[in-house]
Structures are given as C-alpha cells and as structure tokens.
Design a protein around this ligand. Sequence first.
Ligand code: SF4
Ligand code: SF4
Length: 296
Amino acid sequence: MLKVRFHGRGGQGAKIASRVLGTAAFLEGYYAQDFPLYGAERRGAPIAAFTRISKEPILERGVISEPDVIVVMDETLLDDPLANPLSGLGKEGLVFINTTHKAEDIKKRYRIDANVLTLDITKISLDILGKPILSALAGGAASKIVRLKETSLKEAVTRELSDITHEKGLIEKNIEASIYCFNALPSVLIKSNASHKKSDVITMPFEAADISSPSVTIPANTPLKKTGNWRIFKPVWDYELCTKCMTCVMRCPDGCIRVNEEGFPYSDYENCKGCMICAEECPAKAIRKEREVHAW
Ligand code: SF4
Ligand code: SF4
C-alpha cells in the first residue's frame, strides 16, 4: 500500500488534490481511499488530506501518520509547528514541496533526511489558471510521484472538477496545468514503508478528539498567533485610486485593515492572511495583489 498525505491551506485545494490522486489510482484498477481533515472552515488555515492506494482492499481507516509521500502545497507550513507537515516521514519517503527554492536548499534548511522534489506550482497555476488554486496541479504532481498514467490523471481531473464546476474552459485549463506538473517532475521510485502492517480486519488508529477541533487554548489559536505568514499574496493600496469608501475595511474577514491619519486604509501585515477579499470588493480597484516571496 502507498500512503500519501497532503498539507495545504484552506482554499488551496488539498482536499480535491487527494481526490484527484485517489480517482486516478481507482481508474487504473487500484483500491483507493481519500479524505480530508480540517476544523472550522477558514481560508488560509492549515488542513491535511490523505490518499491510500493499494492492489488489495484497504482495511485501514483514519489519518495517515506514517506517509510514504508528503505533498506540501504551501511552503510556509514547514515553519508551522502545529501543521507539522514532515511528521512521520521515513528515510525512504519522499516530500514534494511547492516552493521557489531548490530541493537541496530545502533539505538543508529543514534537515530532511529523505528525498525531496520541488516545483513552483503556484507560479504554474497563476500562469495557466490566473489564480492560485492548486488542486489539479498538486494531484498531477502526486500522480507522477506514485507512477500513475497521464491518461488516468486527465480523466480524474475531469471527473473531480465536473462535480464542482460546469465551466468547461476552467476544467480544460486545470487539465493543462495538472499535466504540466506531471511532466515537469522526474520519475522516481517510491517504496512503501516496510512498517506498514497488513491487516485482515478494519483498523482505526486512536486519534485524540481535538485533532480537528478548534480550541482557543492551543498555541496556534490564541490571539498571539500571527496569521501574516499564511499569505501567498499581499494587498497593496493605491491611494491615487482610493475613494475612502471603507468597503475594504468592512469586508476584511479578519478585521485587519486600519485607517491612517489621512483617512486611507492600510493592512496590518502581521495578521493579514492574504485572502484578497478586500481587492475583490474594492469598487475603485485601488488594491492590487503582489506575490509574497518567502526569502530565508
Ligand atoms: S487585508 Fe485583505 S487580504 Fe488581508 S486578510 Fe483582510 S481582506 Fe484578506
Ligand atoms: S474599498 Fe477601495 S476605494 Fe474603498 S476604501 Fe478600500 S481601497 Fe479605498
């Protein structure tokens, strides 16, 4: 059995990525399981999703704590101790990371003693789709890593996206983006973790009840936790265009737009999570989005 764990942020498409991979495997005759795990839905919050692929019926249930492959769809999660995306990774495992950095630099910085592949799928998504929705792209990368076929990936993206949109053009672009990622990665040999035990009965590992529940007492949920590092884009104001209508101030879901002494809005970048709702809502188009560069 191969076990794949996806880590992303709410809104990036980790759940659909796990489904694309599961469906592509199913289309090739494998047994497959895919499911997400998240607490209260919140754009930008860390989430995980899981896919199991096997030639035999899968009797295991629950989260994957010892994955063979980890797909990190947002590199800022590597610095988030609560998301802890590298947990359970063995030496034989492989991590795919969406980043502008090289694999060897990532290995050194995060002391990863396993195989690492990197690709800037955010850029590919922006170039092809025009927005950072990464589900089909991460699904394409994962499909290549577990050695599925391009034709299965194409059909899986079509099936999964047809469930959520009727826009044929958008589905076509997602197929193009997923195939681009599939072909951009080298073929690698993934070994299933030897410690995966074969079971004749359905097994369900114990998980603490708070694993996907919001709790104000854990460090990541306190007011002291800054959400500014969740950003892929940051809003930048053009005061030449701004009419001071205050729509952006009212629409920001996190209440992090302030007003300066001249009456112009500005963002508290320590907490702005980069959802870009302010830019979408601004009637004067006075807010542009700039991609964040996560320099070390
Ligand atoms: S300032 Fe804009 S981008 Fe930042 S959290 Fe508020 S609405 Fe989202
Ligand atoms: S919504 Fe646009 S025009 Fe209105 S205050 Fe905000 S930036 Fe200015």
